[in-house]
Design a protein around this ligand. Structure first.
Ligand SMILES: CC(C)(COP(=O)(O)OP(=O)(O)OC[C@H]1O[C@@H](n2cnc3c(N)ncnc32)[C@H](O)[C@@H]1OP(=O)(O)O)[C@@H](O)C(=O)NCCC(=O)NCCS
Length: 161
């Protein structure tokens, strides 16, 4: 009987041509995954990219990494110079395969190389258990406003050894 193949995951740096793909992953992850934790009105307010050119500039403004599965981008994350992990989004069809784990390991490695002492993020209700599993602690629960809707999330951080 053939053994099931492990998912072939790898990481590569974001390139300008990846803007549309990262927008698609961002929107799908919110609409199909985070939607279990927020109201439809909140999801509508969050799952929007008003200007793809602004998105592209924003992504290119800090290190951003793509997770690749069998040749296709399936998730992305980033790290600002002060240690903020701003984005962690995984395509709905690739949840639970270790994609975010690999992205976070990449972010933490980069942070260590930059001698950052901590990585911090604002985690959604959906992502909080993932970050807790990875050693982040909640600093504060908060609400943020997106296009007139108020969404709960958590300021979280992880100190790097
Ligand atoms: C949160 C998210 C990034 C996790 O991605 P993922 O690739 O499925 O995560 P992984 O497969 O690497 O999971 C790693 C660990 O976290 C756990 N985990 C992930 N999501 C979890 C959840 N919602 N609840 C409980 N545990 C969770 C996994 O069980 C796994 O644990 P293990 O190491 O014991 O096996 C993904 O669900 C997502 O894109 N969510 C929607 C978008 C979002 O809210 N992004 C964050 C914005 S701040």
């Amino acid at each position: 009987m053939p053994m099931s193949q492990p998912h072939r995951l790898s990481i590569r740096d974001y390139e300008p041509a990846d803007a549309g793909t990262t927008i698609d992953i961002f929107l799908r992850a919110i609409r199909d995954v985070a939607s279990k934790d927020y109201t439809p009105a909140q999801i509508d307010a969050w799952a929007k990219v008003d200007d793809a050119r602004v998105w592209a500039q924003w992504r290119a403004s800090r290190p951003t990494w793509l997770a690749i599965c069998d040749g296709a981008p399936v998730g992305f994350s980033d790290l600002t110079p002060d240690g903020c992990l701003d984005m962690m989004f995984v395509h709905p069809e690739h949840q639970g395969k270790g994609v975010a784990s690999l992205l976070l390991a990449t972010v933490e490695k980069a942070a260590r190389e930059q001698r950052l002492r901590r990585v911090f993020t604002e985690a959604s209700l959906t992502a909080r258990p993932f970050f807790e599993r990875k050693g982040f602690i909640v600093l504060a629960a908060q609400t943020v406003e997106k296009r007139g809707q108020r969404l709960a999330n958590f300021r979280m951080e992880k100190h790097l050894a």
